[in-house]
Structure formats: structure tokens, C-alpha cells
Design a protein around this ligand. Structure first.
Ligand SMILES: C[S@@+](CC[C@H](N)C(=O)[O-])C[C@H]1O[C@@H](n2cnc3c(N)ncnc32)[C@H](O)[C@@H]1O
Length: 290
């Protein structure tokens, strides 16, 4: 990677110029940081002391091409840059998979806070997409066996590259197929399942911001007419797939907590509870199978 030193005055003028084209400063600063290697803290120092010099890993011309493409075609910056930070690592990102969201990091925190987890066992990440949850689990639970599923071959290949790079010494295997189906040989022995399924009701998908609606895979977004089609399948399938005492951790839409918790209880789950995102919204459902 080549780095180029430029004057802070030039950079700040360039930044003002780009913002005059449109877009949010938070996104442009993300591009400068993740795409150009200019840490947010360095940019803040530059505002106070513009005479400083800064190093960039990409030319301003290349960064401008990304920014204009983002503005003109609503392409997410993560797809244009090709990677994105998530938890304590950086994932390769392509348009074959959902861009992992910050709130989904909490699903991992909930999993790792379960006190009854053994020192080894079997975890699954169903609908892995970029492999974000799988990488986090593989790194945090290196003595466990990981089973990673997606029905999109391209997403699964992306997850493979991320796992190979970020969790090369952990034990994980990839499976192409629908939810629990490809894991039949492990049914009854899975102790921990993390699932962030598509949960947006089909009609609402059409009203999402173009940056999501027109670029992220429909397969990763659309949860059927009421948004619950996949959640129902996952909860139902968990009853034959989890071990006795096994945990199911789900992410869902902002208004689905009550119904998802009821579905888990109706299916015989115990210790059913919710988890909240950083805004205090109930976005996660947790239950234990006995
Ligand atoms: C909301 S995305 C979550 C991606 C990733 N786990 C994350 O949190 O960023 C849902 C994922 O489920 C996958 N998916 C959709 N239907 C599926 C099915 N029937 N079986 C397995 N995976 C499915 C999609 O391809 C997509 O990668």
C-alpha cells in the first residue's frame, strides 16, 4: 500500500468541495478513514491545525470517484471500498452480502455473556452473509466447532474468504443450503445458534433508502409478507436441531419483539428474553431449548 503525504489545507478544501456536491459529512469522513487511511482523530486534529501534513493511502482523485459514485448511484461506500470494520476486525465486503450492521455486534456480546457456555461445543451461524457473526464466534470460541450456513453461494464464498483470513486457526465448516437443513448430521448437538435472518416485510422493502433497497441483496432483506417467514422457520427448526440446554439468539426488526418472543414460547423454548440495541429498542430474542 503506498501512502502519500499531502497538506492539511489541500485536504480540507477537497473535503469542503466534496460536501458541496451533497451527502453527509459522517459518510465522507468514513470514506477518508476506511478508504483513505486518514483516522477520524487525525481529521479532528487537522480542523484545529490545518497547517499539518497528513498521509493518505489513496489519492484524492480515487476517493472522489468513490464519493461521486456513492452520491450519483446511491452505492453504499462499503461496497465501493470493499471492506468494513466490524467489532475488532475488518471484513471484506461485496454486494453479494448484507453490509454487517453495528447493532448485530450486540448479538455476539449476548452470546459471549451466557454463563453456562461450555469450554467447547458446536455453534452455528445461519444466514452468514459476509461471515461477520461466524468470524466473531470463531475468534472468541477457538475450541468450539463452527457450522456456517447460507443459501447464497456467493455470500458463502465471501464468508469463506473472511474466515480464512480472520480466523484461520479456528474450526469451522461452510454449508450451502436453507437454514438448518444442511446441518442434519449435527441435529441434536448444537449448543449455540446465532441467526440474523431477513426480517423486513416485503412491502416495506420498497420504501427503504435507495442505498439499501437498490444495492443490498433482496435475499438478505426480505422476510416475506409479515417479515416473519424466516424467523418462523428458524425457530421451528431449532427445536430439532439444538441440544438440550442449547441457546437460540435471534435478531429481528424493531417492532417484532413481542411476536418473536411469543413464537419462541409457543415452540417450547424456556428462559425466553429480549435484548436491546444501543438505542434501547428490543431487537434480539434469546431462548433455551430443553
Ligand atoms: C440479514 S442477512 C444477515 C447476514 C449476516 N449474518 C449479518 O448479520 O450481517 C440474512 C442472510 O440470510 C441468508 N438467507 C436468506 N434466506 C436463507 C435461507 N433460506 N437459508 C439460509 N440462508 C438464507 C441471506 O443470503 C443473507 O446472507
Amino acid at each position: 500500500m503506498t501512502t502519500k503525504e499531502i497538506s492539511g489545507v489541500v485536504l480540507l478544501a477537497w473535503r469542503r468541495n466534496q460536501l458541496s456536491l451533497g451527502g453527509r459529512s459522517v459518510d465522507l469522513d468514513w470514506l477518508l478513514d476506511i478508504g483513505g487511511g486518514l483516522k477520524w482523530s487525525c481529521l479532528q486534529k487537522l480542523f484545529l491545525e490545518p497547517s499539518r501534513k497528513v498521509k493518505l493511502t489513496k489519492s484524492l482523485e480515487k476517493l472522489e470517484i468513490c464519493w461521486r459514485k456513492h452520491l450519483e448511484e446511491s452505492i453504499p461506500l462499503q461496497y465501493l471500498v470493499g471492506y468494513c470494520p466490524w467489532r475488532d476486525f475488518e471484513l471484506e465486503i461485496t454486494a453479494d452480502a448484507l453490509i454487517p450492521r453495528q447493532e448485530t455486534e450486540i448479538l455476539v456480546d449476548i452470546a459471549l455473556s451466557i454463563r453456562s457456555l461450555n469450554s467447547s461445543g458446536v455453534w452455528v451461524d445461519l444466514g452468514t452473509g459476509s461471515g461477520a457473526l461466524a468470524v466473531a464466534l470463531a475468534r472468541a470460541l477457538p475450541a468450539w466447532q463452527g457450522l456456517v450456513v447460507d443459501c447464497s453461494p456467493n455470500a458463502l464464498e465471501l464468508a469463506r474468504r473472511n474466515l480464512e483470513k480472520l480466523a484461520p486457526n479456528a474450526k469451522w465448516e461452510l454449508f450451502l443450503g436453507s437454514w438448518w437443513e444442511p446441518l442434519k448430521p449435527w441435529w441434536g448437538s448444537i449448543e449455540l445458534a446465532l441467526v440474523n435472518p431477513p426480517y423486513i416485510p416485503s412491502a416495506i422493502v420498497e420504501y427503504l433508502a435507495p442505498v439499501v433497497r437498490d444495492h443490498e441483496p433482496r435475499l438478505a432483506l426480505c422476510g416475506g409478507p409479515d417479515g416473519l417467514s424466516h424467523l418462523r422457520q428458524v425457530i421451528n427448526g431449532a427445536t430439532q436441531s439444538l441440544s438440550k440446554g442449547g441457546w437460540l439468539l435471534l435478531e429481528h426488526h424493531h417492532d417484532q419483539s413481542e411476536i418473536v418472543l411469543s413464537l419462541m414460547k409457543e415452540n417450547g423454548f424456556k428462559d425466553v428474553d429480549y435484548g436491546s440495541d444501543l438505542s434501547g429498542i428490543k431487537r434480539f430474542a434469546i431462548g433455551r431449548w430443553f
